[in-house]
Write a protein that binds this ligand. Structure first.
Ligand SMILES: [Zn+2]
Length: 93
C-alpha cells in the first residue's frame, strides 16, 4: 500500500539511520584498506556495534577482499555459506 510505504520511509529518515548507514558504506572501503582516519574508524566501529546490517556488509566486504586478493582460494561464495566460511577464517587466522 502506498500509505504504508510512505510511513515506513519517513520513519527510517526520522531515525537518521539511513544517513549513518550511507556514511558507513562510503568509508567501508577505507576502513577495510586501513586508510580511514581515526574519526572515521571510530564512527565506523561504534556504528557497526549497533547496526547489524552494516556489520554484515563489513564482514562480507572483508571476505570478498580476501578472496580477491588471493588470500583465499578462488571460490564463489553463496550468501548462506558466508557464515560458515567466516567461522573457518577465524579459526585459521
Ligand atoms: Zn548501518
Amino acid at each position: 500500500m502506498e500509505t504504508e510505504f510512505t510511513e515506513a520511509y519517513q520513519r527510517t529518515s526520522a531515525e537518521g539511520r539511513e544517513t549513518e548507514c550511507e556514511k558507513v558504506a562510503n568509508i567501508l572501503d577505507l576502513v577495510i584498506d586501513g586508510e580511514a582516519s581515526t574519526d572515521e574508524q571510530h564512527f565506523f566501529n561504534s556504528h557497526i556495534e549497533e547496526c547489524v546490517s552494516c556489520f554484515e556488509s563489513h564482514q562480507k566486504q572483508k571476505l570478498l577482499k580476501s578472496i580477491i586478493s588471493g588470500h583465499l582460494k578462488r571460490v564463489i561464495v553463496p550468501d548462506r555459506l558466508a557464515t560458515s566460511i567466516k567461522a573457518r577464517i577465524q579459526e585459521t587466522v
